[in-house]
Design a protein around this ligand. Structure first.
Ligand SMILES: [Zn+2]
Length: 495
């Protein structure tokens, strides 16, 4: 064949290919539309160690012989996209929940403790939830297992120089006009000086239906338009119960998501933020059993969103992330070398928080002896004194003599010293700001299970960003937490 003809044919092919490629690009862009239904799940304090520990725990429970077949993934760990996000803020590589939520709600870094304002505390930032409501007419739902005016939920509707301005945050909750709020009670409902109008009255005046019983909550429908549901049963700090302590009649996080969807579902679209807030609280207290319970509860809530997505596969995006890691949890402990015994944690029947209130307070009141208290400890945590080894429910949880000595020291400190500021740096390292006896129980149970915590504070690990649905590909890669906002803005076209 003539060389000129060959070149011409090749050239023509290239031109056609280029045209087809660019045309299909344009076509795809026109075809793709913003996800109408966006779920953002935030495990407070949840990074890789938290969900991997929960997964490995479930796996180790299933282990039937000596061959380990790995963890059982939580449902969001099987999402098609898993990215990672850095979490530093303008204060620290170990940031807090106010600044990190500001980052992914608005795309801005700020100091720890600030909600949606710049470092000078003068410029407020509009949040992705506010923009979706204003610009696209999306309805908005905000759900948390902690208080509704706590840092993470506040970062979607409030703008405050301090996360501690709970009353002002409450006023902004009402002003937001968001259609659904569900979770723990408001902190400081009448203000710091207790001289303000009850914030629940302000809500009612602002057009909200406020319900505080499960019976009323069950009766809520989309016709109520703007709703605040406060859990009927409240636990530590008026938050919802830890999953490990939750009674059957109490609403789970998944129940709030189900009701929230019922209220805000509409043809135009919605944005729902769901916080598993007590994963963080459990990790501050180094309570691995409570951490696992609340991480699984968050996943159960994700499953409700996945059921909704199955009905609206083209229109739904589900994101699951954390705001920062808490506690420096690691799978592994010096004392157990390469071994883990996560099944030990199944012996834990109660969280440190419930144990403090229901047991330790009574030990102090009744001057209970160490040996009497250890009867409860064996029943509630599996940890058994060497003298009772024969009757131990879990042989791997029989205490060594040095563990007994640590427990007895902590017990005496709890009984005689009470809670409060620890006297020395050494005591802080051992107990943080917690009840010495309960946290020592948790430390020993964790360590015997092959787990350890390095801190009572937040750490600088990156968080995972799992994505499923319309726009999922954008969340691939290793990026900063502010990019979560920018990716959502790009997808939805808000500015
Ligand atoms: Zn925290």
């Amino acid at each position: 064949m003539n060389k000129k003809i060959v070149s011409f044919v090749l050239l023509a092919c290239m031109v056609i290919c280029a045209f087809v490629t660019s045309f299909s690009g344009v076509f795809a862009q026109n075809e793709a539309s913003a996800p109408k239904y966006i779920f953002l799940f935030v495990g407070d304090g949840m990074s890789y160690p938290q969900f991997q520990t929960a997964s490995d725990y479930l796996g180790q429970l299933q282990e039937s012989d000596d061959i380990l077949s790995g963890g059982i993934p939580l449902s969001f760990m099987e999402f098609p996209i898993a990215g990672s996000a850095t979490t530093f803020d303008s204060t620290s590589f170990a940031p807090d929940s106010a600044s990190t939520a500001t980052s992914f709600a608005t795309g801005h870094k700020t100091y720890s403790g600030i909600i949606n304002m710049d470092e000078s505390k003068t410029i407020p930032y509009e949040t992705i939830a506010e923009k979706l409501k204003k610009q696209l007419n999306y309805k908005v739902g905000i759900i948390t297992s902690v208080n509704l005016n706590h840092a993470t939920p506040a970062a979607f509707y409030a703008h405050q120089p301090s996360r501690g301005n709970y009353y002002e945050i409450g006023e902004e909750l009402v002003a937001s006009g968001f259609e659904f709020f569900g979770g723990g009670a408001m902190i400081s409902p009448t203000g710091k000086e207790k001289d303000k109008k009850d914030i629940y009255e302000v809500m009612v005046e602002g057009g909200y239906k406020v319900v505080k019983t499960y019976a009323e909550a069950n009766a809520v429908t989309a016709a109520d338009e703007k709703v605040v549901i406060i859990g009927e049963t409240l636990a530590d700090s008026n938050a919802l119960s830890y999953e490990l302590d939750r009674a059957e009649n109490e609403w789970s996080l998944a129940d709030y998501v189900r009701k929230g969807i019922e209220v805000i579902n509409n043809e135009t679209g919605f944005f729902m933020m769901v916080e598993g807030g007590k994963i963080d609280w459990a990790c501050h207290a180094n309570d691995a059993g409570a951490t696992i319970g609340d991480t699984i509860a968050l996943d159960d809530a994700v499953k409700v969103a996945s059921e909704f997505a199955a009905q609206h596969p083209e229109d739904t995006l589900i994101l699951v992330t954390g705001d920062h890691e808490t506690g420096g949890l690691s799978i592994g402990f010096a004392g157990t070398r390469y071994d883990t015994y996560l099944q030990n944690l199944a012996s834990q029947k109660i969280t440190y928080a419930r144990y403090d209130v229901d047991y330790v307070e009574k030990y102090i009141e009744n001057k209970t002896s160490f040996d009497e208290a250890m009867v409860d400890v064996a029943e509630l945590f599996g940890l058994t004194l060497p003298a009772n080894a024969a009757s131990a429910a879990q042989p791997t949880l029989v205490l060594t003599n040095s563990e007994v000595a640590d427990l007895e020291n902590a017990f005496n400190l709890s009984i005689n010293g009470g809670t409060g500021d620890r006297k020395s740096y050494q005591e802080y390292l051992m107990y943080g700001g917690y009840e010495p006896f309960s946290i020592t129980i948790n430390h020993i149970l964790n360590n015997k299970s092959g787990l350890s915590f390095t801190s009572y504070s937040h750490t600088g690990l990156p968080v995972a960003v799992f994505a499923q649905g319309n726009g999922e590909d954008l969340f691939k890669g290793y990026y900063d937490n502010t990019d979560i906002y920018f990716k959502l803005a790009e997808l939805t076209g808000v500015n």
